[in-house]
Every structure is written in structure tokens, then in C-alpha cells.
Write a protein that binds this ligand. Structure first.
Ligand SMILES: [Cu+2]
Length: 177
């Protein structure tokens, strides 16, 4: 009897401490409530390629009331996918590099991934990407929720954009990319 009483008392104390800890945290970390993804991807496409690298483009739309961060992306078509942006380096060359902190899409807005701009970089294709094929991608948001979309493979050899020539060892630079 005595033992049981003591145990109960101890559990109450723990419960109180636990409550204090939770209240001490911000509402954001205390409530990882599963959110309905407010992200949709439209007009998605991938550049056809035999091997090596390729890139995916499209419109990432945030239909929600809060900003969303796309933290990472993956696809069965590539062993690794990176989120890239294209910037002008000190020498005035357009170079692409990994985005720090992911793609942020403000509430109610959309981010356009396009050649010469932001894109999903397929670093190492697992199989040839043939025009007309469909590739499924999964985006992971900063709250760990995921959004899937499919992109159609297109032949793309725009006059100004050549991924093929890019030496990716050092996030190489390429014409117009
Ligand atoms: Cu890239």
C-alpha cells in the first residue's frame, strides 16, 4: 500500500515537470501536427539524358497561408537529387550551386524552376531518361511532410542551355546555366 502511494506521488511530480517542459517550448515545436500539404507542382518536366546528370523544372505552388520550405527532393531516376540555384559568380559567370536552406515558397505564391534558374538537379541517373517517359519525384518539406509529383521527360537542347557540357565536379559553370 505504502509503496503504491509513493509511486503515484512520484508519477504526479513527473507529470508536472513534463507539463512545465512542454509549456516552456514554443508552440511550434510542441505541436508537430501533421499538416495537409499545401504544395502542388505544375508543368513539371525533366531533361532527357542518357546518363550522368539531368535537371527537373516546373512550378511549385504554395496554396497555403504559411510559407513552405522544400528541404530536399528524391526520385527513383537518380541516386541523388540536389536543390540548385543559378547565380553569377565574382567573375560574372553563371554558375549553379546547392541552395542553402532549401527552396522557400511564400504563402500564396509559386516558385518557378526553369533552365538558367532554380532547378532540381539529378546528380546521377539510374537509367536513361527518354522523352515521353514519366518520372515521379518526392519533395520533402521542412516539416517532414512529403509531396509527390510526376514530371514528363522532354528533349531539351535550348540554344542557351547545355547541361551536357557542364563539368559537375565543382558545380561547374555552363553557358546560360
Ligand atoms: Cu544544377
Amino acid at each position: 500500500m505504502n509503496t503504491r502511494t509513493r509511486k503515484t506521488a512520484r508519477w504526479s511530480t513527473l507529470a508536472i515537470v513534463g507539463t512545465l517542459l512542454v509549456t516552456g517550448c514554443t508552440a511550434q515545436t510542441a505541436e508537430p501536427a501533421p499538416t495537409t500539404p499545401t504544395i502542388e507542382v505544375a508543368d513539371a518536366w525533366v531533361k532527357a539524358a542518357d546518363s550522368g546528370m539531368s535537371a527537373a523544372f516546373g512550378d511549385i505552388r504554395n496554396t497555403g497561408a504559411t510559407d513552405v520550405t522544400v528541404a530536399s527532393a528524391e526520385t527513383e531516376a537518380s541516386t541523388m537529387v540536389e536543390l540548385h540555384e543559378t547565380i553569377e559568380d565574382d567573375a560574372g559567370m553563371m554558375v549553379m550551386r546547392k541552395v542553402d536552406g532549401g527552396f522557400v515558397i511564400p504563402a500564396g505564391e509559386s516558385l518557378t524552376l526553369e533552365p538558367g534558374g532554380d532547378h532540381l538537379m539529378l546528380m546521377d541517373l539510374t537509367a536513361p531518361l527518354v522523352a515521353g517517359d514519366e518520372v515521379t519525384f518526392t519533395l520533402t518539406l521542412s516539416d517532414a511532410s512529403t509531396v509527390q509529383f510526376s514530371a514528363v521527360v522532354k528533349d531539351y537542347s535550348g540554344a542557351n542551355e547545355t547541361y551536357d557540357d557542364i563539368d559537375h565536379g565543382e558545380h561547374g559553370s555552363g553557358e546560360g546555366h
